[in-house]
Design a protein around this ligand. Structure first.
Ligand SMILES: Cc1cc2nc3c(=O)[nH]c(=O)nc-3n(C[C@H](O)[C@H](O)[C@H](O)COP(=O)(O)OP(=O)(O)OC[C@H]3O[C@@H](n4cnc5c(N)ncnc54)[C@H](O)[C@@H]3O)c2cc1C
Length: 330
């Protein structure tokens, strides 16, 4: 690991001032950043820990809107009664993240901003497109875990389980930078695809940090997070589906959201698939149609065509499971 300076500011203002310097990087739990530093993938001159700042961690609910501090440990989402009542999709997604130890260290903002797991990106000896090289090594290389949707020129996938769930829940993030007023942006606008920027997965400017996530309550909707992985535990998603469905008293779908993880460079909002469910009961035909639409336009690489069927089946299974429950009062 290259030598670096370390700061542990007590306020957001000091943190963002320090982070405005070229070569400074924010650290939350450090699970991902320290790993990258050890591998020599990133070498900040200054690491600014956010862990000493009061008020960046915690969960509160006001008028049906849940506020989650950026530094809240992922593990906390599993046991928090506000999350269980208002955004149970997040409880389910958090349960699938890594291990209890990693969830205790890792934070919500750190989870959604973690860098890709692509083995060419993580290989210190590989100078791939994401690290400033000329091309994506996955195209001609071993691409069994790479993107089937929205890929190119880089073919990473979103490794976070929380990001797709938060997109499905229409969360907003609050962002603070040096000398600027706090700004809010919908989480779907936080992420950026490789066609727009092959080097970063988000639009945060230098020195900006996420301070909070604001999540509207999904009480009244039925939700389910499902994840397929190669190993039974402690593994990233080959594909995940975050599904939210609202049905009326006649069991007709009035609103739906389907967001996929592990298959595209960012959380993939399968909005056409979700829209196709609205106005019909959740039956075999509507589920099959939505599952097909989820992977419409998929362009698998040489080794990952299996993800197309996996994603289709995972989405169908999530919708089928929801359909078996009482539409009101899940
Ligand atoms: C073995 C293993 C298995 C894993 N399995 C899974 C899994 O199954 N599912 C899953 O979702 N994740 C998984 N992870 C990832 C893990 O959950 C993340 O690494 C962790 O959540 C990162 O959180 P952190 O707080 O430690 O982030 P850090 O490592 O501190 O930061 C990560 C990145 O986010 C930036 N950052 C952090 N907080 C802020 C902020 N508030 N504002 C601006 N920038 C910020 C940092 O600069 C850095 O670039 C796994 C990790 C390991 C090591």
């Amino acid at each position: 690991m290259k030598p670096f300076r370390y700061a542990n500011p007590a306020t957001i203002d000091t943190a963002v001032e320090l982070l405005a310097d070229d070569g400074a990087m924010a650290m939350a739990g450090g699970v991902d950043l320290v790993h990258e530093m050890k591998r020599g993938i990133r070498a900040p001159a200054l690491v600014v820990s956010l862990s000493g700042i009061d008020g960046l961690s915690g969960i509160v609910e006001r008028d049906g809107v849940v506020e989650i501090g950026a530094l809240t440990p992922v593990e906390r989402l599993l046991s928090d009664p506000v999350i269980a009542t208002h955004t149970p999709l997040l409880t389910q997604a958090a349960r699938e993240v890594a291990t209890p130890q990693l969830r205790a260290m890792g934070t919500v903002a750190g989870n959604i901003l973690q860098r890709p797991q692509c083995w060419y990106y993580r290989d210190p000896d590989s100078f791939c497109l994401r690290k400033g090289g000329t091309h994506c090594h996955a195209v001609a290389g071993d691409n069994r875990y790479h993107a089937i949707l929205g890929g190119g020129p880089c073919h990473i996938v979103c490794p976070s389980d929380l990001a797709p769930a938060l997109v499905a829940l229409d969360a907003t993030v609050t962002v603070q930078g040096a000398g600027a007023a706090e700004r809010c942006l919908p989480i779907r606008e936080l992420f950026v695809g490789p066609r727009t920027d092959p080097h970063s997965e988000h639009v945060l400017a230098r020195g900006e940090i996420i301070t909070r996530l604001i999540v509207p309550s999904s009480a009244g909707a039925q939700s389910l997070f499902m994840k397929a992985r190669e190993r039974a535990a402690w593994d990233f998603a080959l594909a995940s589906a975050s599904v939210l469905v609202t049905r009326d008293a006649n069991a007709t779908v009035t609103r739906a959201r389907i967001v996929l993880g592990g298959v595209a460079p960012n959380a993939w909002d399968a909005s056409d698939a979700a829209a196709s469910l609205v106005g019909s009961p959740l039956d075999a035909a509507s589920i099959a149609r939505a599952a097909d639409l989820c992977v419409r336009g998929a362009r698998p690489l040489r080794d990952n065509a299996y993800k197309v069927d996996l994603t289709r089946r995972l989405t169908a299974r999530a919708l089928e499971t929801i359909a078996t429950h009482d539409p009101i009062g899940h």
